[in-house]
Ligand binder design. Structure first.
Ligand code: ADP
Ligand code: MG
Length: 329
């Protein structure tokens, strides 16, 4: 018994760090599956576009849903798949809930709003029960109950859920499917990149260096996996004042005067350096956030306002993306 314990302690001490990864020399090799899974198309879907950012909270889901709606509202048959297993946003953004029905082949049927089909892990989780008695005199300012079910899964379960979302949804005929990717360049991203034939990736960043660095890493991942990078979107590019309409570049503007000559840095400069298209700016605007929170994204909320600059920003980017993947606008 004692020798066994000593032996196991000894084995642990052999490692250079708690994960057992050596600090020097060649990285450890893992047992390999026989060959990589073959990339396949999603059934009945013509084009698949991933919206990614590597960093969380930069507006990936907001951009993804507004781009998808811009397509859908033009009559292009469009869907959006929420691949953020741990933080699904699409149900809130599209104001949809409830368990999806199954077809005769036990495949999930998407839920639709505003002409956009959608599927999300959020639909498959237990629904929070509505408050039992709401006093009539005090209307609840936040009537959508928040779900407190934690999603804490290990890698294998995440991969299994991902497989189901990628391969067991009956989309019907779609021209374009947008994938709203979770932050990072981890398990989910690799599974998608290895198994699905992506037609392109839109990379979202904010102007700050800290977000841009991660976005550039994300671009590297797509390029290494032979996925065409359609371009970068600069979200929260400037603050659009709701009172006077003045645009303030609160995160910097990408130019600096150094030793008498103007240097360009930031998103546009990185696009040029990497040979990636700059797809456009989306303003930091309270209305974009409020529209998202109440489940009526800006592209739909301001449909009757042809002068809306924030809606116009999404439409311009959508048109560029359509052009890049060969979808008629
Ligand atoms: N352009 C914008 N203007 C104002 N708020 C925004 C904008 N883009 C995103 N947001 C808000 O920022 C938060 C994070 O956005 P989200 O799309 O969920 O990011 P991600 O998917 O990258 O984590 C949300 O509350 C969203 O409404
Ligand atoms: Mg998101």
């Amino acid at each position: 018994m004692l020798s066994k314990r000593l032996f196991s302690t000894f084995r642990v001490l052999q490692h250079d760090n708690p994960l057992g990864l050596p600090r020097s020399g060649t990285p450890p090799s893992f047992p390999r599956r026989r060959g990589l899974p073959e990339k396949r198309k999603i059934r009945d879907v013509k084009k698949v576009i991933a919206v990614s950012s590597a960093k969380g909270g930069v507006g990936k889901s907001t951009i993804a849903v507004n781009l998808a709606l811009a397509f859908a509202r033009r009559g292009i048959r469009t869907g959006i798949l929420d691949t953020d297993i741990f933080g699904p946003s699409i149900p809130t953004l599209l104001n949809l809930s409830g368990e999806p029905r199954l077809d005769e082949n036990n495949c999930l049927l998407p839920l639709t709003n505003y002409g956009l089909k959608s599927m999300s892990m959020g639909y498959l989780l237990p629904q929070p029960s509505p408050p039992s008695s709401t006093p009539q005199s005090s209307p609840d300012p936040n009537p959508i109950p928040m779900d407190s079910t934690p999603i804490s899964w290990r890698g294998l379960m995440v991969t299994k859920a991902m497989h189901q979302l990628l391969h067991s949804v009956t989309w019907g005929a779609l021209d374009v499917l947008f994938l709203d990717l979770p932050p990072g360049t981890g398990d989910v991203q690799l599974t998608i990149n290895q198994e699905i034939q992506l037609d392109g990736a839109v990379v979202v960043t904010t102007p700050q260096d800290i977000a841009l660095r991660d976005a550039v890493r994300g671009i590297g991942m797509f390029q290494r996996m032979d996925v065409p990078v359609l371009g970068m979107v600069r979200n929260m590019a400037f603050f659009s004042c709701p009172c006077c309409g003045t645009a303030t570049e609160i995160f910097g503007h990408g130019h600096a005067h150094l030793k008498g000559k103007e240097e360009e840095w930031g998103v546009r400069a990185e696009c040029r350096r990497l040979g990636v298209e700059f797809l456009g700016d989306v303003p930091l605007d309270g209305a974009v956030c409020a529209d998202a929170d109440r489940g009526v994204p800006t592209v739909v909320a301001e449909e009757n306002n042809p002068d809306s600059k924030r809606r116009g920003a999404f439409l311009e980017i959508a048109e560029r993306v359509a052009g890049r993947v060969g979808v008629q606008w």
